[in-house]
Design a binder for this molecule. Structure first.
Ligand code: PEP
Length: 268
């Protein structure tokens, strides 16, 4: 069974002092919850990484970067490398967020190089995939997802594929008033698993975690996380306060219990 995931990206919000306060608040709220069955991460801005990692300490809440360069070091003014993220305590790195594609000209060819270096640096890449509103209207969502997925993982052996987390984040649902409907999310996640099965084999399809992001909140998150092919929630605005992220984590913990109970019943 795939371990469910609850994660949040802070974008360009929450400086170092607030990051430490957020961590203390979140850990206090999680103290009575058994989170051992799920994975949790926060992705602070670079300058908050050390403070967040120190404040989360040995707790099960891991930290990660929101981006990284594809080279380990060199003349790349303003950039951050994978070894620097590791040194700052990161276990994860987010790649291909739609804002990086849209505003910084990133391509999936660059993402492929970053995925490779992240894996070689023992960071778990969280690779964002998602269609635009136009591609959705044209009925091309699954075709776009397949192209992004295959490009990002090109050159990786099938056995490495489950070491990444794939985040389905429809670009039209990020930072908006409404998440994708549960039916729509279920169809895309099913398509993603089929693409994995067809191109990377049954083991990669079965073991790779597919998480959903795009206007998730504690209300709509419950239906989305209960979808069979959804292995986690990836949250922006609704988790920028510790209270909001704690509510999302509660949903994911409950879903992990439900999914494991139904798996046990199915195999009994
Ligand atoms: C995001 O930016 O990846 C995201 C999911 O944001 P929000 O939840 O605010 O839509």
């Amino acid at each position: 069974m795939r371990r469910l995931v609850a994660g949040t990206g802070w974008k360009m919000n929450i400086g170092a002092a607030d990051a430490a306060r957020y961590a203390t608040d979140l850990l206090r709220r999680l103290a009575k919850l058994d989170c051992t069955a799920i994975d949790m991460f926060v992705l602070p801005p670079f300058t908050s990484l050390h403070a967040a990692a120190a404040a989360f300490g040995e707790s099960p809440v891991a930290t990660g970067g929101q981006n990284m360069h594809w080279e380990e070091s060199g003349g790349w003014t303003g950039e951050i490398s994978a070894p620097m993220l590791v040194e700052a305590g990161c276990r994860y790195v987010e790649l291909a967020h739609s804002e990086r594609l849209q505003h910084f000209g990133e391509t999936y060819e660059l993402v492929r190089r970053k995925v490779d270096l992240a894996l070689r640096s023992s960071l778990t890449p969280i690779i964002c995939l998602g269609e635009t509103a136009l591609e959705k209207r044209e009925g091309r969502a699954d075709e776009v997802l397949a192209a992004q997925l295959l490009a990002a993982l090109a050159g990786q052996p099938d056995a490495r594929v489950p070491d990444v987390i794939l985040a389905y984040e429809p670009r039209w649902a990020i930072g908006t008033a409404q998440a994708a409907s549960p039916e729509y999310v279920a169809a895309r996640h099913r398509a993603l698993r089929d693409i994995l099965r067809q191109h990377r084999g049954p083991d990669a399809a079965e073991r790779t975690r597919l998480i959903y992001g795009g206007s998730v909140d504690p209300e709509n998150g419950k239906d989305i996380i209960s979808i069979a092919d959804v292995d986690g929630l990836f949250v922006g605005r609704a988790a920028w306060k510790a209270e909001g992220f704690a509510k999302i984590i509660e949903l994911v913990v409950a879903a992990a219990q439900g999914k494991s109970a139904s798996l046990t019943a199915a195999t009994a």
